[in-house]
Design a protein around this ligand. Sequence first.
Ligand code: HEM
Length: 221
Amino acid sequence: MGVLPYIVLTIFIGGHIYRYQKDQFGWTTKSSEFLDKKSLKIGSHMFHWGIIFVFLGHVLGIIVPAGFYDSIGVSEQMYHVVALIFGIPAGLIALVGLVLLCWRRINMKRIKKTTSTSDWVTLIVLLVVMGTGLIATFFNVDSSGFDYRTTIAPWLRGLFIFNVNPELMVEVPVWFKIHVLSSFSLYVVWPFTRLVHAFSLPFMYFRRSYVVYRKLDKSHP
Ligand code: HEM
């Protein structure tokens, strides 16, 4: 847990630069909406909304130091109760959404045909990362004996300022270790999959001119 995160980060950044140089036209969600819209809607909404809240939870629980909460009067127990009340439903909603998206790809012929190996890898890695995150959370639901805010959190924050402390991860329960390591594999495959669309939020969409559709005037060849 010392050098590995930096190797992963290098592949993540380098991979995105490489993909942008080599495959700008392939930088897309590769949407399958036109093949089947109905089944996509619910799974995709659940997955995306769930993952947004899971991401926010990770920022509030891991990036924001525990000392900040102490300074604004949020006790240890209060923090954990709120984290679980929001975190578990968000994680479950995202996971159910993902299972629905997988089901759709497996059972709908046209969608299965257009699913590439990189799509399957993405779905499987996401299932493992989210599944292990939820398992780790359930096993630690009473937060007795293990606090990720004094172990995993400072380890991760340290990486950003090159203050590497792998010893903080030694006593971390195995499910959390699997969760973090499997998330590394997600970052490694990320640049080579449709996940790149996460960095292409369609802000330009709101500013661009209208696309005008006109009926073809058959009298003018
Ligand atoms: C280095 C990266 C990561 C670290 C250090 C990390 C750490 C953690 C920790 C400490 C928890 C327990 C939270 C709690 O008990 O309240 C957790 C839960 C969870 N993690 Fe992660 N995680 C990482 C990446 C990810 C990624 C990339 C995903 C999703 C794609 C993810 C999905 C989840 C889910 C679904 C849970 C279950 C509880 C919840 O929804 O917050 N994690 N993770």
